[in-house]
Design a protein around this ligand. Structure first.
Ligand code: 15L
Length: 269
């Protein structure tokens, strides 16, 4: 593969980590966001565009080695806002890749595609252990994004790797995140594996660090070549001292989507 990796949503939390980490792993980056990108790195190309603009995305995708699509609304919102940015945006990126002959797209999916799934009493949850159970309109858009990826893989032969990301943050922010955390360096390792794996076709893989308390099976991600380095357990004592042991009867801990499954996340439109 030659050419840069186009990263959409590059100004966001995950994008900021990748702008730093991908070049260190040999991937030049073309960063795109709807806002001006702060402090371009040496060798980084930067573009400002709305991810639903097919003309702009087609121009941005031309000559890229692959696309890492992160842009969109990253939590619950109105149906109008989240469906446009996330579903229309994902279609736009896949269609731009098809038109320009870019063969690989890595999609940022989310655990909230399955948020109402009960946390397993024992044993890890695989990607295909149950139907989609979105916990929000946001979760529905992630299910739709995976479906679009599947269509573009089967119909047009694109390699599409969907990363069902847990909680991407510098440190686990809550006791739930002791299970769901994806560290910054493991974020880079996971995306690097998704970019490098030979002919993956269509894949859906969980994206967390190697957390002692994790409930998602990392086998499919490891099959791509992902080797997680971090474990949220190093933060457990401090988080449990501050917030108490997670109560398995609390819906936040009983369902994999945590807070997103609560009535407070009931969007009005
Ligand atoms: C997500 O998909 C969100 O983008 C992020 O803000 C977190 O809420 C994360 O899931 C999580 O489940 O912790």
């Amino acid at each position: 593969m030659s050419g840069p990796v186009l990263v959409t949503g590059a100004a966001g939390r995950v994008g900021t980590v990748l702008r730093e980490g991908l070049p260190e792993r040999g991937w030049p980056v073309r960063s795109l966001d709807v806002v001006e990108l702060p402090e371009p790195r040496p060798g980084e190309e930067t573009l400002v565009a709305d991810v639903t603009d097919l003309g702009a995305l087609t121009a941005a995708t031309a000559g890229a080695a692959a696309v890492v699509h992160l842009a969109g609304v990253s939590g619950e919102s109105t149906w109008a806002a989240v469906s446009s940015a996330n579903i229309q945006g994902t279609w736009t990126v896949l269609e731009a890749a098809r038109r320009t002959g870019v063969g690989r797209v890595v999609l940022a999916s989310s655990n909230h595609a399955t948020g109402f799934t009960r946390r397993p009493a024992s044993g890890p949850l695989g990607e295909h252990d149950g139907p989609a159970r979105p916990d929000t309109f946001y979760g529905v858009t992630k299910v739709a994004g995976e479906a679009l990826g599947s269509l573009y893989a089967d119909r047009y032969g694109l390699d599409v790797v969907c990363l069902r990301i847990g909680t991407q943050a510098p440190e686990p922010p809550t006791t739930r995140a002791l299970a769901t955390w994806l560290s910054p360096r493991d974020t880079v390792a996971l995306v690097d594996a998704a970019l490098r794996a030979p002919s993956p076709g269509f894949r859906v893989v969980w994206g967390t660090s190697a957390n002692t308390r994790g409930w998602w099976d990392l086998a499919a991600a490891r099959e791509l070549g992902y080797q997680p380095q971090d474990d949220a357990e190093q933060f457990a004592a401090a988080l449990v001292a501050a917030h108490g042991e997670p109560d398995p009867a609390d819906p936040v801990h009983a369902r994999v989507g945590g807070e997103f499954t609560l009535p407070a996340y009931d969007a009005e439109e």
